[in-house]
Design a protein around this ligand. Structure first.
Ligand code: SER
Length: 318
């Protein structure tokens, strides 16, 4: 049985990934790593061990890895794209210096490492339609710079030291549990909150702007499946394009309108978010993930909308 440490276990992806890993591998085998000020609560706290794990504090993480006999690290610490533009140096410190710490600890303790990349690792000169697995990556955001570095450094540690690094490039992740903070794709989460509360939604992204998105259950499946994949089949490692749906604001609005006909949306475009969104792919080609480890998502846009509108009210309406 794997012994897993999740770094960023109380964040947007970590809070659900930790629970999914615990149901797969057993609560006691998955340590929730968190930072002071973002302590685990409720089910996350009660279902298994938790430890303070600041990605910038290598000795502390090394001690946690040794104490729990960790063999797999999910390193989810990062600042999302819009926040990272306001704090580029901190984004680098967490995303790159932090990754260096994790990779060194993994090398010394024989751990496998998953550090996600993103659609943000692409830039304006990347082919936008059916973006290939191997293509131009010249992002102009600090988030993107850290994600390309993540991919290169993770591959480097695999090739030079044999550290078992693997990852996916996440699309915008949509969930009904923990909201994202400061990403470009956040509008596609926020829109459901407004629809469920019966409020008009002001969309910060321009009509016609396509981006890849994924529903959380598929994102969790990808993170678990890639680490379980047969290594002899992997031609790529860091990181695989994964796709399940791509849409523009008017398309997700139409999907919600099918179930909430009175829902209204207007546009007030945010120039920073719009320029970031336009630099990212319209839709990625994920055939390498499908061929090398049988990636096969479950949810399309309408399936996600139905599930969000069913589950979100219980969480946000009192
Ligand atoms: N969801 C991220 C963001 O918008 C992209 O990976 O920053």
């Amino acid at each position: 049985m794997k012994k897993i440490l999740v770094i960023g276990a109380t964040g947007q992806i970590g809070s659900e990934l930790t629970m999914a890993l615990r149901s797969t591998y057993g609560g006691q085998n998955v340590v929730a790593g968190y930072i002071v000020g973002a302590e685990p609560k409720g089910e996350l706290l009660e279902s298994g061990p938790a430890e303070i794990c600041d990605v910038t504090d290598a000795p502390a993480i090394d001690a946690v890895v040794k104490k729990h006999g960790i063999d797999t690290i999910y390193n989810l610490a990062a600042l999302l794209s819009v926040v990272a533009e306001g704090k580029p140096k901190l984004a680098w410190k967490i995303g790159v210096d932090g990754l260096w710490n994790i990779l060194e600890i993994a090398r010394e303790n024989g751990c496998a490492v998953f550090t996600p990349s993103s659609i943000g690792s692409f830039g304006p000169t990347t082919p936008h339609v059916m973006t290939p697995q191997d293509t131009i990556q010249r992002p102009r955001t600090m988030y993107g710079v850290t994600k390309v570095t993540t991919e290169l450094l993770s591959d480097y540690f695999f090739l030079k030291y044999g550290v078992d690094t693997r990852a996916v490039r996440f699309p915008g992740v949509i969930s009904n549990v923990t909201p994202p903070g400061g990403g470009t794709t956040d509008y596609a989460v926020d829109i459901y909150y407004y629809a469920v509360r019966g409020e008009k939604f002001t969309c910060p992204i321009k009509e016609g702007t396509l981006m890849d998105m994924i529903y959380m259950p598929d994102a969790l499946k990808a993170a678990i499946d890639i680490m379980e994949a047969d290594p002899s089949r992997l031609i790529h490692r860091n990181a695989f394009n994964i796709a399940s749906m791509s849409f523009a604001p008017e398309t997700i609005y139409a999907s919600i309108k099918k179930y909430k006909p009175d829902f209204e949306m207007v546009y007030d475009v945010d120039p920073l978010k719009q320029s970031i969104a336009e630099s990212w792919p319209d839709c990625m080609d994920d055939s390498c993930a499908r061929n090398e480890w049988d990636w096969n998502p479950v949810y399309d846009l309408d399936g996600m909308t139905r599930d969000m509108l069913e589950k979100l009210p219980a969480r946000i309406l009192k």
